[in-house]
Design a binder for this molecule. Structure first.
Ligand SMILES: C[S@@+](CC[C@H](N)C(=O)[O-])C[C@H]1O[C@@H](n2cnc3c(N)ncnc32)[C@H](O)[C@@H]1O
Length: 402
C-alpha cells in the first residue's frame, strides 16, 4: 500500500523510538543517494546527540517547544525530537522536494503524530522568513543541508525566539578546514589555512560565521555545543537578543595567528586586532617568521561542560545507536571545553623537532609537571590541548624531546 503510494521500494526500520518508512536504496548504498529522498543511516549518531541535547538543555522551557526542521528529508530528525524528548509541542517539518514531503507525511502518519506536525513544501529561506515576519518564531530551528548551511543562517537566526536554539550542520568541511581557502572566504568571509589543528579551525569558522550573522541583526550568540564527527561539523548556539548581548558576543570572535615554521599560535579578539596593529600580531615572538592570520572565527568555548555532563548522564535513559561512542565524544568535549583554542599533534611535534613521535604520557608528564592542564581532544586521536602558553610549551618540548 505504502509502496504503491510512494512509487519506489521501501523498507521499514526504527531509528531511536521513531518508526521510519525509507527508500530501500538509502540503506543498501554505501553513499546514500539524494533521490528519491535522502536518508543517511550514519547520521543517526548526530540525531541521537540532538535528542540528548533537547532532553537536557536548561536554557529551553520544560515543554511545549516549537521546532522547525527546515531541511527535513525523510522527516527523521524532527520526528525524533518530537517523539523522544517529551518537550516538543509542535513540529514544522519542511523540505523543498515533493518526494521528501510525501515521505514525511507517511512517516508522520505511521508514528501517529499528525496533530502535532505541520508539513511544508517550500524553500527553507522563504519558509523561515515568513514565520519570522508573522512573529511565529521557534524555540529550535534545525538547519541540516547538503554541504554548507551558510546561505540559510540569516533567515534561520531571525526565526529563532529569544534565547532559543539554532542548530546547524556543515558537511563542507574541506573549505572550512583550509583545503579550499577561496571557497571558505567566499562562503564564510573567513581565511582558513592548513594547520595541524585544521578540524578545529573549520568548526570555529562555522560558529564564528553564525555569530557574525547574528551581530548584523543586533543578536548575541552563545555557543552551547559544537563538535566534529565523521564528515561533518555540527553546532548548537543560543540566540540572545539585544545590543549588549551582541557586543558581548564580539569578545568571542577573533583571529588565530599561527606560525607555520615553529607552531606558535595565539588567539586575538577581533576588537583588539582591529584597534591595534603592533608587530606582535604579525611577527612570531619565537622564531621571527611572519604569522598567518586565520579567521575571523569563534574563539570562545566550544561546549558547556555542564551540558555535556548532563547529556552523558542522559544516555542511560535514551535509545542511542552507539552508547560508547557518544559517551566518549561528549566526555572529550566536556574536558576540552575549558581549554584554550587550538591543539597540537604528536606527529607534527615529531616532524618539527625531528624526533621520534613522543607518547601522550611523556607530553602529559611534562605539562602537568610544570603545573598546567593537559587534555586529549575529540578533533584528532593524536591531538592534545593544554593551557600552557605556546612559547613555554614549545621551548619545554624542545628541551625534553630533542
Ligand atoms: C541532508 S538532507 C536532510 C537530512 C535530514 N535532516 C536527516 O536528518 O535525514 C537535505 C535536505 O534538504 C532539502 N533541500 C535542499 N534545498 C532546500 C531548500 N532550499 N529548502 C528546503 N529544503 C531543501 C533536500 O531536498 C534534502 O532533503
Amino acid at each position: 500500500m505504502i509502496h504503491h503510494q510512494l512509487g519506489y521500494p521501501i523498507v521499514e526500520i526504527f531509528e531511536g523510538k521513531v518508526r521510519l518508512i525509507l527508500p530501500e536504496v538509502s540503506l543498501k548504498s554505501s553513499i546514500p543517494p539524494k533521490t528519491p529522498v535522502f536518508y543517511n543511516p550514519a547520521m543517526a549518531r548526530s540525531r541521537d546527540i540532538g535528542v540528548l541535547f533537547i532532553r537536557v538543555c536548561e536554557d529551553l522551557p520544560g515543554g511545549g517547544l516549537s521546532v522547525c526542521d527546515a531541511l527535513a528529508g525523510s522527516g527523521v530528525r524532527g520526528l525524533r525530537y518530537l517523539i523522544e524528548t517529551s518537550r516538543v509541542g509542535h513540529l514544522v517539518s519542511n523540505d523543498i522536494s515533493r518526494e521528501a514531503v510525501k515521505l514525511i507525511s507517511v512517516n508522520v502518519n505511521v508514528n501517529g503524530v499528525s496533530d502535532r506536525v505541520t508539513i511544508e513544501n517550500r524553500d527553507a529561506n522563504s519558509l523561515l522568513a515568513d514565520y519570522a515576519s508573522r512573529g511565529e518564531r521557534f524555540h529550535i530551528v534545525d538547519i541540516d543541508p547538503f554541504g554548507s548551511p551558510a546561505n540559510y543562517i540569516g533567515n534561520a537566526i531571525m526565526a529563532v525566539r529569544g534565547r532559543g536554539i539554532l542548530a546547524a550542520t556543515a558537511t563542507d568541511t574541506a573549505p572550512l578546514s583550509g583545503v579550499y581557502p577561496k571557497t571558505c572566504l567566499r562562503r564564510y568571509g573567513a581565511i582558513s589555512i592548513k594547520t595541524e589543528f585544521y578540524h578545529e579551525v573549520g568548526l570555529r569558522i562555522l560558529v564564528g560565521y553564525i555569530a557574525r550573522i547574528g551581530l548584523t541583526y543586533d543578536l548575541g550568540v552563545d555557543n552551547l555545543l559544537a563538535y566534529r564527527e565523521l564528515h561533518y561539523f555540527r553546532c548548537y548556539v543560543r540566540v540572545e537578543p539585544g545590543v549588549r548581548r551582541a557586543e558581548k558576543t564580539l569578545d568571542n570572535i577573533g583571529f588565530i595567528t599561527y606560525c607555520s615554521t615553529c607552531m606558535y599560535r595565539r588567539s586575538i579578539p577581533l576588537v583588539d586586532a582591529a584597534l591595534r596593529s603592533s608587530p606582535s600580531l604579525t611577527v612570531c615572538p619565537l622564531c621571527s617568521s611572519n604569522l598567518n592570520f586565520i579567521g575571523p572565527l569563534w574563539i570562545g568555548r566550544l561546549a558547556s561542560p555542564s551540558l555535556c555532563r548532563s547529556m552523558v548522564e542522559e544516555i542511560e535513559r535514551t535509545v542511542v545507536t552507539d552508547r560508547d561512542h557518544i559517551t566518549r565524544l561528549l566526555s572529550y568535549l566536556e574536558y576540552e571545553a575549558s581549554m584554550p583554542p587550538t591543539y597540537y599533534t604528536l606527529d607534527r611535534i615529531a616532524s618539527k623537532l625531528r624526533v621520534e613521535t613522543p607518547s601522550f604520557e611523556k607530553i602529559r608528564d611534562i605539562i602537568i609537571g610544570e603545573g598546567y592542564r593537559f587534555s586529549r581532544t575529540h578533533f584528532d586521536p593524536k591531538g592534545f590541548k593544554t593551557d600552557m602558553d605556546p612559547i613555554t610549551l614549545l621551548e619545554l618540548l624542545r628541551r625534553h624531546l630533542e
